[in-house]
Structures are given as structure tokens and as C-alpha cells.
Design a binder for this molecule. Structure first.
Ligand SMILES: *[C@@H]1O[C@H](CO)[C@@H](O)[C@H](O)[C@H]1NC(C)=O
Ligand SMILES: *[C@@H]1O[C@H](CO)[C@@H](O)[C@H](O)[C@H]1NC(C)=O
Ligand SMILES: *[C@@H]1O[C@H](CO)[C@@H](O)[C@H](O)[C@H]1NC(C)=O
Ligand SMILES: *[C@@H]1O[C@H](CO)[C@@H](O)[C@H](O)[C@H]1NC(C)=O
Ligand SMILES: *[C@@H]1O[C@H](CO)[C@@H](O)[C@H](O)[C@H]1NC(C)=O
Length: 842
């Protein structure tokens, strides 16, 4: 490719517009499913055969799809997985002469789930009974009604949108209301080379949610927290793409997908987990009494899981038992991350490093984007700019700092790594089963196929050789949608092939997960006792187990700061809490005020990193100058003071899925006015309530108080009296603390989280109306997988403070702050003996 072509390619990418991405109408399967839903007269799907196995944990049967000329037999299965209803439906297809695996893809759970154990249940009188749940099964046409707390909560196929596009034997093998739009070809300009070797294979289904009006989840979209009605707009789309300079308030797809939709009302919370990794659209229609959700996917088997519980936290718990909880992060990764595309060389890195100390601002990791490698050949260093990376890392290590470098899945052609990928045949293939070549940052590239089990050992070796035993070196996996600059919708052609001869079409949304999980395994292989840190841009259900994510390439504008909060809240309520947005915005140059407010918001992102585009001016915290630098310093230091709170919240998330930043409706489902609040949130169950200022020149905050508890002013993390309306100057971070909470903090300034390890705790206590308060703290070494830890419960009752320690770990008290009054005269403030219940009474 000549220079002119490359330049024009970049111009077109920088100017991404809607036209690059397929609207529903031009995406064959979405168009056909919408047509079906508008025209269906009666559902042709009937249960013909149903068998309940003798172990009482499995139903199998056949659903008949009745065509004018014949009947299509579709095998289905029902089971109860970790206490939740699971349905699967497949098709036995006739063999055709094709390179492509003709079976519908059914291995999405292999990547997304950790557990597929079937529970026992009862099936009689066309009713499935498990725990305190009941599902009524209608045979003709097939329909499921879910009961919980004695009332119907969800009906499936009530609207007859169930659509399973069977393998066509000839062109007349269709129902009158089935469309043939783009069945064997694609007329979207960017993807008209798609060979669609298997023709149409889509699936669709409707879910009627009774008396539910607030729906959330199905990230990633740059849109409101509460999902919108799509009757008069595009459906939400899940299709992992590199959406440069994305627009806000859009239903366009983004970098990652989690096909979990959640909803709550008083007494009942519900999750629909649509287990499919292909291109997917979701239509939402909010009626007066119920909401209708229509899922449509391009191919794969039809599979979904229904979770119904009383509280939203329990939906998180059930979903986490299936897909895994997030692994407790390495403590350093909850500190502040300093990134930019790019720090130029070792001198630049060490200069930035020492400036943090000069300006007394803590940080934990400095990052290197693509320019550190020689000609963007991953697993190499540019020898001119980084002649001695080991030495640089050891300097960082002296103050507990880490280095994070990028390794992407596109591998430049013409050097050892890509030569070996080709020789080992572990690349993504084109539709003819030859290696696929495309363009990305390094120019012509090939992509590792991390669905191929043979790729792991090779990937392990590369990481071992490159990273050696530098313990403070961690990784960033970007561009893993995968981003392909000259591919359709900036990604891989759908008819490319992966291991097992499956089309890319079937696995598109989980490729990013397979890539960062492969990296995770390589890091564990390198050192099995350090918790790896990996940041991924693309993700799927299950990604929470091994990575953090960020919201991609946003702009230095107020609207992007504002929308970062609903996006990160959404990620948190679908069990992927370790999320953040680029502080300062990726593209452009933020004003001093915007940068300050962005830091003050960013300290509450579970993943807290500043990042900037190569064309942006330098904007490290000291560049803006005082008073802004001082405000930013205070904000970052507040994050460090709250590290015990964040670490404990992550620990709790790792065992039960409670969001690390939590929407306020979780706190009080009976308050109908707070369901859609998306600019205010709690930190887990700690009682810390935050409402960042995301408007220019704003000094007021319109607090929404979720319940009738006392709330205290906790501005800048300093507890004062009961909260009242007030002004928030540019140095102020609006926070409240709910009465009844006890917060563990570490108040001393240190250069990094590691250097805070032995610091004593300050315990902040905000009493409720009865003079009581409770709180928790989790402590361990912060970096290894060994199990030494302590879980400490604090309580304040009857004017006495006490705590109990479960486990075995260092815990030292410094002082208490009770309703703003500091107390230091303990009877005994030394290190506590273990297994001793409630002591240290005041
Ligand atoms: C495609 O190539 C791989 C080796 O790269 C081989 O294992 C596989 O069988 C091939 N598929 C077909 C259908 O030829
Ligand atoms: C899967 O679930 C079963 C039953 O709940 C449990 O015994 C088992 O330990 C779980 N396995 C994993 C890998 O979590
Ligand atoms: C199409 O296939 C159906 C089912 O096999 C068959 O009954 C019908 O005769 C075929 N029609 C044509 C036009 O070949
Ligand atoms: C990044 O930019 C997009 C703009 O399209 C915005 O919607 C998104 O919220 C921004 N990300 C964050 C989280 O700031
Ligand atoms: C503090 O309490 C522990 C446990 O009750 C006790 O073993 C220790 O001697 C006490 N230290 C002082 C200084 O009283």
C-alpha cells in the first residue's frame, strides 16, 4: 500500500461517522427480524416432545417450526444453572460442502462461564419449579411465563417474535412473514465482500417484563444509564468496534459487549442474560404497564439465562456465580495511573516519575503506548529511546511504582513474531482458510487467533522472554475488538475463520476476551504469585475475571466527562466494576477547570487513569499550575486516603458482585424517584455518596437523597455536620456520608500505595439516628495470591467503638473521627491480637 492510500485511510478513520456502522435497516439479520416482528401472524413454534430426565436436572425436547411445505425440528434443552433458568435451542443442519463449520456456534459459554453445573428441579403439569420460582410452559405456540413472589414477572414469546432462521433447502422453504433481505449477500458498502457462506442464520426473541419500567445494562453505549425506548430510533447494538471519537447519546456499538439486561422494581429484580457472541441488536419498547425487549442476533444457537431475585445485588451475585466474579486487583492498580501517547524515552519517563515526587503527588503506574516498541513490533523495545528498560523499571520499583506497556493482537508482518505465527498456523484466517492480512498501527499485520489452544504456549514464551522477571511490569491490551483499519466497520471481516473453522461472525464479540485472557494466562505462567494487571479495551461477559476496562477514546469536553458516569455505572451493575474513562479526555486539550473537575470525578472511577492523544498538549497535574495543580493534588491524595475503601469494595465485589460504584436505586427500591439518577452514586455499601460536578462554572449540587437516613457533609473526605445546601468551589469535591457508616482511611501522604502498607488507619464514624454505625475493612499483602488476610468489622453502639478481626493480618489504628470529632485516647491502640472479639472499647 502506498503512502497516499495510507493517508486517506487515516483521514477516513479520524472522521468516523454513523455511515461507517451498519444501521439495523441495512444489517440483513436485523432488518429481517424487524420485518418478522411487524408481520408475524401466529407463532409457528410448538413444543412437540418434552422429556424430563431421571436425575431431575434436565429437560430435553423438540420444538417444531411449521412451514407450509414441511416441519423443521429444533432440539431444545432446559436446565437450572446455579439457581437460574437456562434455555438452549439448536438445529441439526444438513451438511453442505464448505470450509466453514456448518454447526451453529454453541461455545460462547466455554469462554463466558466458569460454572455449568445443573441443579435439580421439579417438572410436572407443564410447570418447572426451582427454589421459590415457577415457570409455566405453554406448548402451542411455545411460551414461558415466569412467576416469582406469587406473581407473573416475565413472559417469553408472548409477542411471537421467536424467530429461528432455519437452514433453507430452497427459496420457497419460507413462511409468508419471513423476509429474504440480504440472505446470501450484503449490500452495505463496507462489507459487500462478505460471502455469507451459510446464508441466513439469525435468531430473535421477545421478553415481556411485567410492571418493569427501568431497564439497564447491555453495555457498551455512550448513552444514559437508564435504557431508552427505541420504538422510534435505532435499537441498541452490541458489536465490538473501534469507534474513534464516538458521539455521546448514541446507540451505536462500542468497544465491548455484555449482553446482560437488568431491571428492578420494589421486591423484584431481574436479569436477562442473552448468551450470544455474534452481532446483536436490542429493541426496547416501554409501555405503561410493562416493557418489551426484543433481542436479535446474527447467528449461533438460541441461548439465554433468566435471573429473578428480590434485590439487584442478588442478580449480580447469581450472574457472578455463572460468569465468575472479578479477581481482587493488585492494590497498586487502584492507585493513580499516568498515561499518554506517548512518553518518548527513558529520560522522559524518569522525569515524569520524579516530578510526581517533587510536586508531592502520589502515583502508582506510568504507561507506555505503542511508540516504545521498535516500529510497533510488540515484544521489542525501540533501542534508541529505551536502551535499558530494566534499569528504568528498577528505578520505578524503588518507590513502588509500576510500568505498564501495550501489547496488541495485530502483529506486524516481516519479523520473527509474525513469521512464527504464520509457521504455527495460529493466525486468524480469511474465508478461504489462508492467513488474513489487514492494516493496523504497524502497517500490514496478521492477528493471533487466541481461540486456538495452540496459541497459548507460544504466547507464554513471548511474554516470558519480553517481560523476564520484572515484577513491576504489567500490560495493556488495546485494539482487540479487533480493530482493523481497512476492515468492514473497522474490524475483521465476518467471514474470516477461527480455530474450529468457525466464522468470525459467530465469535466476534468474545474475541477481545480470548485475547486478554490469553495474556492473563501468560502472566500467571511468568509468575504465579503476582496478581497480573491487564487493561483491555474490548470485552465480553467474563472479562471481569481477569481485566480492567476503560471507555476508550473520548474527547476533552464537558459532555464526555458527564457521560462517563452513566457508562461506568452501567459497567458496574453488569459485574464489570474495574472500569474508568480517560481523565482529561483523549482527544483535544481540556480547559484548566475541566481538567480539575475531571480529576475530581476520576478519583471515583474504579480504574483511575489519565491519558491523552499524541497531538494533545502535555497535561500532567503540575503543567496547569496553581491553584489547579493544588486542587488536582488534593483530589489524587483523596483517592489514596480512600484506598482502603476501594480495596475493601473490590474484595466484596470479588465474592458477591456488589458494584464498586453503585447506583442510588440499589439503596432504596421503594423510592420511585431515584431509579434513573445517573449523576450520583455510592461507593459500594460504604455509605459514601458522591455527585461530581460536570458542568462549567457550576458551584451548586442538587443532591438526591435516596432514603430518610441522616446524611453528613463529607466534602473532600472531611466529615463535618449534617449536610446542608452549600457552595462547592473549584477545590471542593462534593461528597456525603450516610449516617450509620464507618469508613477506614489512611490519611498520610506517601509516594505510592506500596509505601502506605504499614500506615495506621483513621476510622471515620458517622452515627445514625440511634447513635449506631457499622463498617468493614479487608486487608492483605495487596499483590500475591497467598491467602493471608484479615476481614475487620467495625461497630459503634451504646457510645462504644469496637471491632472484630477475622483472619490474620496487620491492622493498626491511629485515630477515630466520630461525627467530626477526633478521638485518639484509646485504652489500647497497638496491633490487635487475632481471634479476639470486640475489644478496644472507648
Ligand atoms: C484450515 O487450516 C487449518 C490449519 O491452518 C486446518 O487445521 C484446518 O483443517 C483447515 N480447515 C479446512 C476446512 O481445510
Ligand atoms: C460450580 O458449582 C457447583 C455447585 O454449585 C460447585 O460445587 C462448584 O464448586 C462450582 N465450580 C466452580 C468452578 O465454581
Ligand atoms: C422445497 O423444499 C421443500 C422441502 O424439502 C419441498 O417440499 C419443495 O418441493 C421444494 N420446492 C421446490 C420448488 O423445490
Ligand atoms: C468518551 O467519549 C464519549 C463520546 O462519545 C462519551 O460518550 C463517553 O462518555 C466518553 N467516555 C467517557 C466515559 O468519558
Ligand atoms: C492491647 O490489647 C492486647 C489484646 O487485648 C493485649 O494483648 C496487649 O497487651 C494490650 N496492649 C497494651 C499496651 O495494653
Amino acid at each position: 500500500m502506498n503512502l497516499w492510500l495510507i493517508l486517506s485511510l487515516f483521514t477516513s478513520i479520524l472522521a468516523v461517522k454513523d455511515y461507517l456502522f451498519k444501521p439495523c435497516e441495512q444489517n440483513g439479520f436485523c432488518n429481517r427480524n424487524k420485518h418478522y416482528s411487524k408481520n408475524v401472524e401466529s407463532s409457528p413454534y410448538n413444543i412437540n416432545e418434552i422429556n424430563f430426565n431421571s436425575e431431575g436436572n434436565f429437560i430435553s425436547g423438540i420444538i417444531h417450526k411449521s412451514l407450509p411445505s414441511r416441519t423443521v425440528k429444533l432440539p431444545f434443552e432446559i436446565s437450572i444453572i446455579e439457581g437460574n433458568f437456562r434455555f438452549k435451542m439448536n438445529e441439526n443442519r444438513q451438511d453442505i460442502n464448505s470450509i466453514v463449520n456448518i454447526n451453529r456456534y454453541d461455545e460462547t459459554p466455554k469462554w463466558a462461564f466458569i460454572n455449568t453445573t445443573n441443579d435439580q428441579f421439579i417438572y410436572k403439569n407443564k410447570e418447572i419449579i426451582y427454589r421459590d420460582h415457577k415457570v409455566a410452559v405453554q406448548f402451542n405456540p411455545v411460551k414461558f411465563t415466569f412467576y416469582y413472589k406469587g406473581k407473573p414477572q416475565l413472559i417469553i414469546n408472548d409477542k411471537h417474535f421467536l424467530n429461528f432462521e432455519h437452514q433453507l433447502l430452497n427459496d420457497s422453504d419460507l413462511l409468508p412473514f419471513e423476509s429474504t433481505y440480504n440472505t446470501n449477500s450484503d449490500d452495505f458498502p463496507d462489507s459487500k465482500n462478505d460471502k455469507l457462506p451459510l446464508g441466513r442464520e439469525s435468531i430473535g426473541l421477545d421478553f415481556t417484563l411485567l410492571e418493569f419500567n427501568h431497564l439497564y445494562g447491555i453495555p457498551e453505549h455512550a448513552d444514559s444509564f437508564s435504557l431508552k425506548d427505541t420504538s422510534n430510533s435505532e435499537p441498541y447494538r452490541l458489536y465490538n468496534v473501534d469507534i474513534f471519537e464516538y458521539e455521546t447519546n448514541s446507540k451505536l456499538p462500542m468497544y465491548g459487549s455484555i449482553p446482560l439486561l437488568v431491571t428492578s422494581k420494589p421486591e423484584v429484580s431481574l436479569g436477562i442474560f442473552w448468551v450470544n457472541s455474534a452481532d446483536t441488536y436490542i429493541d426496547i419498547n416501554k409501555g405503561k404497564d410493562s416493557s418489551l425487549v426484543h433481542f436479535m442476533s446474527e447467528n449461533g444457537i438460541l441461548e439465554f439465562i433468566i435471573i429473578i431475585e428480590e434485590k439487584p445485588q442478588l442478580v449480580n451475585y447469581q450472574y457472578g456465580k455463572i460468569t465468575g466474579f472479578s479477581t481482587l486487583p493488585n492494590l497498586f492498580s487502584l492507585g493513580y495511573h499516568q498515561c499518554r501517547w506517548n512518553y518518548n524515552d527513558e529520560g522522559d519517563v524518569l522525569d515524569i516519575h520524579s516530578k510526581f515526587d517533587q510536586f508531592e503527588i502520589p502515583y502508582d503506574a506510568i504507561w507506555l503506548d505503542i511508540e516504545y516498541a521498535e516500529n510497533k513490533k510488540y515484544f521489542t523495545w525501540n533501542k534508541e529511546t529505551f536502551p535499558n528498560p530494566e534499569k528504568m523499571m528498577s528505578v520505578l520499583d524503588r518507590t513502588g511504582r509500576n510500568l505498564i506497556v501495550i501489547i496488541d493482537p495485530h502483529i506486524k508482518t516481516g519479523y520473527q513474531i509474525s513469521d512464527e505465527l504464520l509457521a504455527k498456523e495460529i493466525t486468524i484466517k480469511d474465508s478461504q482458510n489462508s492467513t488474513y492480512f489487514g492494516h493496523c498501527w504497524p502497517g500490514e499485520s496478521v492477528w493471533i487467533d487466541t481461540l486456538n489452544p495452540n496459541s497459548q504456549s507460544y504466547w507464554n514464551n513471548n511474554h516470558l522472554q519480553f517481560m523476564k522477571n520484572n515484577k513491576n511490569l504489567h500490560l495493556w491490551n488495546d485494539m482487540n475488538e479487533p480493530s482493523v483499519f481497512n476492515g468492514p466497520e473497522t474490524s475483521s471481516p465476518k467471514d474470516n475463520l477461527h480455530f474450529g473453522n468457525y466464522e468470525h461472525r459467530s465469535i466476534h464479540n468474545l474475541y477481545g476476551l480470548t485475547y486478554h485472557e490469553s495474556t492473563y494466562k501468560s502472566l500467571i505462567n511468568r509468575n504465579s504469585n503476582i496478581r497480573p494487571f491487564i487493561l483491555t479495551r474490548s470485552y465480553f461477559s467474563g472479562s471481569q475475571r481477569t481485566s480492567a476496562m476503560w471507555t476508550g477514546d473520548n474527547m476533552s469536553k464537558w459532555e464526555y466527562l458527564k457521560i462517563s458516569i452513566p457508562m461506568i455505572l452501567t459497567s458496574n451493575i453488569v459485574n464489570f466494576p474495574f472500569s474508568g474513562a480517560d481523565v482529561g479526555g483523549f482527544f483535544g486539550n481540556p480547559s484548566k477547570e475541566l481538567l480539575t473537575r475531571w480529576y475530581q470525578t476520576g478519583i471515583f472511577y474504579p480504574f483511575f487513569r489519565a491519558h491523552a492523544h499524541i497531538d494533545s498538549r502535555r497535561r500532567e497535574p503540575w503543567v496547569v499550575g496553581d491553584p489547579y495543580t493544588g486542587y488536582i493534588r488534593d483530589a489524587i491524595r483523596l483517592r489514596y486516603k480512600l484506598l482502603p475503601v476501594f480495596y475493601t469494595s473490590f474484595y466484596i465485589n470479588s465474592i458477591n458482585g456488589t458494584p464498586v460504584i453503585k447506583p442510588i436505586y440499589y439503596e432504596n427500591l421503594d423510592n420511585g424517584d431515584i431509579y434513573d439518577i445517573d449523576d450520583e452514586f455510592f461507593i459500594s455499601d460504604t455509605g459514601i455518596l458522591v455527585k461530581p460536578i460536570t458542568d462549567e462554572a457550576e458551584s451548586k449540587v442538587n443532591w438526591i437523597i435516596p432514603d430518610d437516613s441522616i446524611y453528613y457533609d463529607f466534602t473532600n473526605g472531611v466529615l463535618s455536620g449534617v449536610y446542608k445546601d452549600r457552595e462547592y468551589g473549584l477545590g471542593d469535591i462534593p461528597m456525603l456520608l450516610k449516617g450509620g457508616s464507618i469508613i477506614p482511611m489512611k490519611l498520610r501522604y506517601r509516594r505510592s500505595s506500596k509505601l502506605m502498607k504499614y500506615d495506621p488507619y483513621t476510622i471515620v464514624i458517622a452515627l445514625d439516628k440511634d447513635g449506631k454505625a457499622y463498617g468493614e475493612l479487608y486487608v492483605d499483602d495487596g499483590e500475591s495470591f497467598n491467602n493471608d488476610h484479615a476481614f475487620i468489622k467495625f461497630k459503634f453502639e451504646n457510645k462504644k467503638f469496637s471491632y472484630c478481626i477475622d483472619g490474620d493480618y496487620l491492622f493498626k489504628l491511629e485515630k477515630l473521627i466520630i461525627n467530626g470529632i477526633t478521638v485518639t485516647n484509646f485504652k489500647n491502640n497497638t496491633i490487635v491480637d487475632f481471634d479476639i472479639d470486640y475489644h478496644d472499647e472507648l
